[in-house]
Design a protein around this ligand. Sequence first.
Ligand code: SF4
Length: 404
Amino acid sequence: MPVRTIEAKTGLTKGMFPEPFLISLYRAQAPYRGCAHGCRYCDGRAEKYYVDGDFETDICVRGNLPELVASDVALGTAAREYGAVCIGSGVTDVYQPIERELRLTRRTIEALIPARLPIIILTKNDLILRDFDLLAQFPKALVIFTVTAIDPAVARILEPRASPPEARLAAVRKAKEAGFFSGILAMPLCPGISDTEANTEDLFASGVADFIYPGGLTLRPGRQKDLFLSLVEENFPELAPLYADVYRENRQSGMPLASYTAPKGKKWNSRLKVLRIPQMIPHRVYRELLSPPDSLFVLLSHMQSLYANKSVDTRPLKEATGRYGSWLKENRSALRRKRIPLLASDPFPITRVLTEKLDALCRREGGFESVCGNARLSALVSSLIKDGTVFDYPTLTAGGRTDS
Ligand code: SF4
């Protein structure tokens, strides 16, 4: 396959808030652009994301990325604030087949070790097993594998050059054995192909992941949708009328009809609840990967989805999250402007001060309520922060089991 070198302009960046989906505070750019795994549903090939060339065959390589990340780490981009760093984005896989020879992702991971931050990697390639020796040198690691179809024949149609599903599930188990957190991103589950009860039952019962994150298929009008519909015509012609119906609105977001997705989502969530598997990265995991103030921000964001799934009106929660976000932003920005000196005994001083401020708020009568404006939420947050307990996603209770 042809490989073109492009220059990485940024190495490592730091957010104002952790990103609630993959919960990282820091982001290292992807070492590659385009993706040879060639998943037929991939929205990386949608016009919105991809710049030029053929998504599956014109793989661009950011050869200078490891040096750029090493330089950012040396200059202190990753200093003063504790929080997970995620490599790459959802529109390429950091373990491209060519990574076996180039070792660009491996060198990028190596460059991050001195930062002493947790790391998060999402992939569909069990080549990541090669780098477990490096991941073991981070304070915490979360390895997420995307697995959508359990049947290898179906997976070959949908994800032709990714590792077979059984190899990915074996890697999930090995990640746990190595002492990492591990999860399964079960998305996209494609209508009639992989969102069937048979497939989801096998997938949900498949292993030891800390969470399984299910989600449906979006088809953005243009390259992505055209390609996927031709796959359906060719391999699952009996499903063509279903796709024509469910994606008939041709929305720019690629979303199918809510009347199709909502019952599916409800069913997956209630099944996962029965199996006591969190349906997104759970609090007990990300509170090890983020500081308490950032974990709280993610928790409030996740609670909006968790309660929305139960048809609860989440507007008060949304408002409280916004107010807490403003508090966090204001305090974090002020501390970042101060350039607090670094000491070996205090490597993350901004995190330390923010954590102390939040703790003091939660210990003061009405303290957190003055920030979030919600007495009920304030009582819950104060007990989580003061007692160091966990919010259990399957049961929506505080102080729940820490091993679920
Ligand atoms: S592995 Fe991810 S980025 Fe690569 S083609 Fe598949 S869905 Fe797209």
